[in-house]
Design a protein around this ligand. Structure first.
Ligand code: ZN
Length: 277
């Protein structure tokens, strides 16, 4: 392995480490760059412990878009959420350009020039300079976009802008990092609706509704249950029982586990009475 290869490998390793972040255990995570074309993760899904877990973002910056929202009651105002998305799309466009340009310079142009023209060439020096300038410009446009989207988060804005401006690998992730807090005042199901196609959203919505209607402890029913029902009604969602399979003709209305005809309660859900499929 040559020195060139080693340096590129180190750069790739640093970049991949930038694609991994730590998310509190209470947060839901959606990853999408186009509406209804993404993924949605519940708290606890993935590698981690009882305080949080690792989140792996999409490696290509132009496909990235990571959003988190806490496991607390939030707004169901979908119109406001969609307006927030449109605003983000418009404001973050330059940051996306900055991230993508820095990525291409760092991982395509620089290695190609170095391999073909050697480490002493003036072209390599220019490509290196361009990469630094691209990172710096990305830091500036990120600062401006962040100020419009999150006017109250001044300290975070300065911290991110400085890191992006001096670390090209961080600049590549600037667009993904920018939207992380965008939907934090909304209910996780609003985020799921924005991220997921119809079928996976219905599965996710069913789980939310079943857990809200049948809380594990008495008195744990969420206060926003009527708003949750209204949101799902407006989306045309209806809770359906699972399909029976052979002898399994009963199910738990909370976890949807199927049971035979002799069972009467689901122990995993606090002894909840079963229902017929
Ligand atoms: Zn159950």
């Amino acid at each position: 392995m040559t020195d060139q290869d080693l340096l590129i490998l180190i750069l790739v390793a640093i970049y991949l480490s930038e694609c991994v972040s730590w998310v509190p255990i209470t947060d839901y995570v959606a990853q999408f760059s186009r509406l209804r074309k993404g993924t949605f993760h519940r708290p606890g899904q993935g590698l981690g412990n009882d305080r949080g877990r690792f989140l792996f973002s999409r490696v290509l910056p132009f496909r990235a878009g990571t959003f988190t929202t806490p496991q607390t009651a939030g707004s169901f105002d979908l119109t406001a959420a969609e307006q927030r998305w449109q605003e983000y799309q418009s404001i973050s466009r330059l940051v996306a350009w900055g991230s993508n340009t820095t990525f291409l310079l760092l991982f395509l142009v620089l290695p190609l020039v170095w391999r073909n023209l050697g480490g002493e060439s003036l072209v390599l020096l220019m490509a290196f300079f361009l990469t630094l300038v691209s990172g710096l410009v990305t830091g500036i446009v990120h600062f401006r976009a962040h100020r419009k989207l999150f006017p109250d988060q001044r300290d975070e804005r300065w911290k991110q802008a400085c890191l992006i401006a001096v670390l090209p690998t961080h600049a590549c992730r600037a667009h993904d990092q920018l939207g992380r807090q965008l939907f934090r005042e909304f209910h996780p199901l609003v985020l799921a609706w924005l991220a997921l196609p119809q079928a996976p959203f219905a599965k996710c919505a069913g789980r939310f509704l079943r857990h809200a209607v049948h809380p594990l402890a008495a008195g744990d029913a969420p206060e926003n249950l009527p708003a949750l029902r209204q949101f799902l009604d407006d989306r045309g969602f209806q809770l359906k029982p699972p399909v029976s399979a052979g002898e399994a003709t009963q199910y738990c209305p909370r976890c949807e586990t199927l049971f035979g005809p002799t069972a009467s309660r689901c122990d995993d859900c606090g002894g909840l009475a079963l229902e017929r499929c």
